[in-house]
Ligand binder design. Structure first.
Ligand code: PLP
Length: 396
């Protein structure tokens, strides 16, 4: 099968989830496993559940619906506020939504009432990163309004840092969230079961500082790619290679290193300057910017990425490669997100032999991950567009 594919090693994802769950449980923090970078893959979700996450979260309703359609029973959190007209779909698949607007709260309340359920709300607080959330001074007022709204319950407070402006989770901003939680409980006479401090960028804080009231982190990148998004450094004893992009070669020819003819802008802006280095082997892999972020690829040893257009990944290789030969690349978060979203990239599941990653004292070693998840799975080679269509039909 020679079309581009992402090979996913579910046992490595389970291992990473288990390591992080174990580490954080010692600090009183639950893990919400975040599936959005895998387009809500039920297989990845099951590996996270096998690793011990308390619940699953995704920013897209379609992805949460995919998890429910696959029969996943774990509690689901919608991590991005729905629009008011998505309220019915939201309460049908998620038990909790992260919100910051009263209009959305009212729509969710009405939808939950129609369904005869109570929907949980985590009120998002803006603590400096300038993405979603209400300002700290407005939290009490909105929380009071939520507490008086039928069919919804104020399940807690949340914040999100290090996504838009790169603001680092700290003792200060996490302390502020803890204080707000305690303030609301005192003023409104209720208990907030969830105080969700953030995403994978919170790990350094969570390992180093006391947790205060924070009892939940929403982890995607650290479980999937084993790295800290603040530094993009590998986290000790986690696998960084659970995902591999495999791409076939379509051309591999000796070519000059500098262009011939007058040059203007290329398809994606001003090209990288090309230095005269004589003749090289230039190899083209059948994938492009439509399917992957070329800056986020780690090519195999001896291979370098020279450029990428919509559909051609231009590489330099040590020697010529036959058309159809497959090259294997590591992926960063941006490359993974795009590859998993492209309808031209299929997903397969690989069972590899496991050499545990290097262990360090900061994470307690555990027994080898049980690849139980693998035994229960086939390896479907279904393009995602087809999967989405199947789902759409199933809903009719
Ligand atoms: C994507 C997302 C997360 C997970 O972020 P990672 O850096 O992948 O751990 C957490 N919370 C929200 C609101 C998100 O949108």
């Amino acid at each position: 099968m020679t079309c581009p594919r992402v090979e996913i090693d579910l046992a490595k994802i389970e291992h990473n989830a288990h390591q992080l769950v174990t580490l954080l449980s010692g600090r009183g923090i639950d893990v919400t496993g975040v599936t959005k970078a895998t387009l809500g893959s039920p297989e990845v979700a099951m590996a996270m559940i096998a690793g011990g996450v308390a619940r699953l979260g995704d920013s897209r309703i379609d992805n949460l619906e995919a998890l429910r359609d696959a029969g996943i029973q774990a509690p689901l959190t919608l991590l991005r506020s729905p629009t008011p007209d998505q309220a019915d779909r939201t309460v049908a698949c998620a038990s909790v939504s992260q919100v910051s607007e009263l209009e959305v709260v009212k729509a969710l309340s009405a939808a939950a009432g129609r369904r005869g359920v109570t929907h949980g709300l985590v009120l998002m607080v803006e603590l400096g990163d300038l993405r979603e959330g209400v300002l700290p001074g407005d939290v009490l007022d909105l929380a009071r309004r939520i507490s008086r709204t039928p069919h919804v319950t104020l399940a807690g407070l949340g914040t999100n840092l290090a996504c838009r402006a790169g603001v680092v989770p700290s003792t200060d901003n996490m302390g502020e969230l803890s204080m707000l939680a305690t303030l609301l409980e005192g003023e409104l006479g209720l208990h907030l079961p969830i105080v969700s401090g953030g995403n994978s960028a919170n790990l350094a804080w969570a390992i180093a500082a006391p947790a205060g009231r924070i009892n939940d982190l929403r982890l995607g990148e650290s479980i999937l790619l084993g790295c800290d998004p603040l530094t993009r450094m590998p986290l000790s004893s986690l696998y960084t290679d659970a995902f591999t992009l495999v791409v076939p070669v379509i051309e591999s020819l000796a070519k000059p290193t500098v262009p011939r003819g007058a040059t203007g802008e290329a398809a994606f802006g001003v090209p990288m300057p090309m230095r005269e280095r004589g003749t090289i082997v230039q190899t083209i892999a059948a994938i492009g910017r439509q399917d992957v972020d070329p800056e986020g690829l780690t090519p195999p040893g001896g291979v370098s990425v020279l450029a990428a257009s919509s559909d051609h990944l231009v590489l330099e290789t040590p020697h010529r490669l036959a058309p159809g030969v497959e090259l294997r690349f590591g992926l960063d978060y941006s490359a993974l997100l795009r590859a998993m979203t492209s309808p031209f990239v299929v997903t397969t599941f690989a069972a590899t032999k496991h050499h545990p990653p290097s262990l360090s004292p900061s994470l307690p070693p555990i027994a080898n991950p049980t690849p139980a998840i693998l035994r229960s799975l086939s390896s479907p080679l279904t393009p995602r567009s087809a999967r989405r269509h199947q789902r759409a039909y199933a809903e009719d």
